[in-house]
Design a binder for this molecule. Structure first.
Ligand SMILES: CC(C)(COP(=O)(O)OP(=O)(O)OC[C@H]1O[C@@H](n2cnc3c(N)ncnc32)[C@H](O)[C@@H]1OP(=O)(O)O)[C@@H](O)C(=O)NCCC(=O)NCCS
Length: 190
């Protein structure tokens, strides 16, 4: 409990790592690991981290910036390192760093970093308040502030796209599509 009698926890309380060996059945037709296998592992580690912090059942609401920068190979040991970066009322942003290790050579590559937004739910299945986050280092402060900005950018993006769609004219669309690799066979605008 903090000075306002509200529950608060540091990120270290819920920090979680999941490590798994990439077996041949996880591979796609090109012999690399399926993106879906990695997404599933990310979802699990985000769930574990959010549930530890909140002490409640959590659901995934949103996933940001999953870019697969390098392929993961069969036989590599993949670790998902998750830490809670931000808390709102019922939502939590979990940052996940994905690293892949070649177990023969020990070479480690950072394949991506992404952000899962999880929401804690109460017994009534409605969003429920989560403990505040105690920031204990400059890195934790930076991550919290970055999450605030990311949230703002996302809201701006939604508003901008909505405005553009409200106002776009047939003329704009024709100009925009002129040099694109598509063949427009309709005169209609959706
Ligand atoms: C997440 C869910 C509970 C939100 O319900 P809601 O009635 O919109 O509730 P609220 O508007 O109060 O939002 C709750 C929180 O979610 C956040 N949220 C809602 N949509 C969001 C989105 N697209 N991205 C990020 N955060 C979002 C809100 O900002 C709010 O955060 P806060 O409490 O920290 O301020 C509801 O949409 C849901 O149950 N979704 C299904 C989740 C699920 O089942 N996932 C598994 C994959 S199928």
């Amino acid at each position: 409990m903090n000075e306002n009698n509200e529950m608060a926890r540091p990120a270290s309380f819920s920090r979680t790592t999941i490590t798994e060996l990439m077996i041949p059945s996880y591979a796609n037709f090109g012999g690399k690991i399926h993106g879906g296998i990695l997404l599933s592992l990310m979802d699990k580690v985000a769930y574990a981290t959010a549930t530890k912090h909140s002490g409640a059942y959590c659901v995934t609401v949103s996933v940001d910036t999953v870019d697969f920068l390098q392929p993961v190979e069969v036989g590599e040991l993949v670790s998902m390192k998750a830490s809670i970066n931000y808390v709102g009322n019922s939502s939590m942003v979990i940052g996940i760093k994905v690293v892949s290790e070649n177990v023969k050579t020990g070479e480690i590559k950072h394949t991506n970093t992404c952000y899962f937004t999880m929401v804690a739910k109460g017994e009534d299945d409605r969003p429920t308040k989560v403990p505040k986050l105690i920031l204990e280092s400059a890195t934790e402060v930076r991550r919290f502030v970055e999450a605030i900005y990311r949230k703002k950018f996302k809201q701006n993006y939604e508003t901008n796209l909505h405005e553009i769609k409200k106002n776009w004219e047939k003329q704009d669309i024709e100009t925009l599509l002129k040099n694109q690799r598509c063949i427009n066979t309709t005169k209609e605008v959706g």
